[in-house]
Design a protein around this ligand. Structure first.
Ligand code: MEV
Length: 369
């Protein structure tokens, strides 16, 4: 796609882009950016998906394809599972399958989940010390209002589960949490509707002013857990000749302790876990307890594969293998050329598009030699 550099004009879109029909909007985009055929095709989708995109977001111009692969070899709570994952980061699915094969040697993942209780938060400003008690005396009324407004949630076995309050220390704002069991729903619409519908009555009973009402995405009460056990000698292959399996096991444990000890490291540690969870999440909301448990196992598999690599030989060798293939493709290699160019990048340990182009030229005998 034509890029703007210093001194070049930025592409201009019509002011009324959002009001145009999708077809015209896409034409305007094409005229402004002059994409190659390949770039244009990759932004496209069948007409049905375009129609859906147009309904979902303002000024839609296309859909972005994300690779979907299958992570296989999982045993979760005694059941053999293959898990679809939508992800563009090259080694994620390979890592999940690797960890799944390792963990199955110890019997697989064991998971559990709490009841799906989420919180709608209503924040009340300008309250005095009597407000919390005043609201608690209305707790039953709040519950009846919530359940009456969400009858289908109630009929599915969910609904109001309680109310908690906390006076926040710095602002003095009173946080009211209305707890709801949202069953297999993600719950955002239900919780936000409840939070907004309670603004007026809670203001009246507390004497405060509502600043906002919204669900909490912290979801601390709605948890899925996954674990596994593995005989230490199963780590022999990963240990190689540098470490004993016992050392690898200790180093894995130490990596977990490190993430607890250092927030900066914890973010990356957790990013590895989310590689698994978000790849499943992108395919649909993993809201049911069963899917949440699978997602937890998948996240743990990612974490195990990442940490195991990090505390032994590092991750770059595996990562670069996939990265090299992508660079080869970017450089124009197709079919069998991709593997050949990627191998040359690996042999030279230079991972740039320029090097991939040179390797491709050599392969095609176009290097003038
Ligand atoms: C890369 O996508 C994920 C890792 O950085 C996770 C980690 O550092 O634990 C390898």
């Amino acid at each position: 796609m034509s890029q703007t550099g210093p001194g070049q004009e930025r592409p201009r879109f019509p002011d009324q882009l959002r009001k145009m029909p999708m077809r015209e909007r896409r034409e305007a985009l094409r005229a402004a950016l002059s994409p190659s055929e390949e770039e244009w095709d990759s932004l496209c989708a069948g007409p049905h998906l375009l129609e859906l995109a147009d309904l979902m977001v303002e000024s839609a111009v296309g859909c972005l394809p994300v690779p979907i692969g299958i992570a296989s070899g999982f045993i979760i709570d005694g059941e053999e599972l293959s898990i679809p994952m939508a992800v563009e980061e090259p080694s994620v699915i390979a890592a999940a399958s690797y960890a799944a094969r390792l963990v199955r040697q110890g019997g697989g993942f064991v998971t559990s989940a709490t009841e799906p209780v989420m919180a709608a938060q209503i924040f009340l400003d300008g309250v005095d010390d009597t407000a919390a008690a005043a609201l608690h005396s209305r707790s039953r009324e709040v519950g009846e209002m919530v359940d009456a407004s969400q009858p289908s949630m109630k009929s599915r076995g969910g609904g109001f589960r309680g109310m908690e309050t906390l006076r926040l220390p710095d602002t003095g704002i009173l946080r009211v949490e209305v707890l709801m069991d949202v069953r297999d729903a993600m719950g955002a619409n239900v919780l936000n509707t409840v939070a907004e519908s309670l603004r007026v009555p809670l203001e009246r009973w507390s004497g405060g002013r509502c600043l906002m009402g919204i669900l909490s995405n912290a979801a601390r009460r709605r948890r899925a857990r996954a674990g596994f056990s593995l005989p230490v000698n199963r780590l022999r292959a990963a240990a190689g000749s540098t470490y004993t399996p016992e050392e690898v096991a200790r180093r894995i444990v130490r990596a977990g302790e490190l993430a607890r000890d250092d927030d900066e490291r914890a973010v990356t540690h957790n990013k590895g876990i989310m590689n698994g969870i978000s790849s499943l999440g992108l395919l649909g909301n993993p809201d049911s307890a069963r899917l949440a448990r699978v997602a937890a196992a998948l996240g743990l598999a990612q974490n195990l594969a990442a940490v195991l690599a990090l505390v032994t030989g590092g991750i770059q060798r595996g990562h670069m293998k996939y990265h090299a293939a992508r660079l080869a493709y970017k450089a124009g290699a197709r079919g069998d050329e991709i593997r050949a160019v990627a191998e040359q990048l690996g042999a030279r340990m230079i991972f740039t598009v320029g090097e991939a182009e040179r390797a491709l030229n050599r392969l095609r005998g176009q290097d003038g030699a």
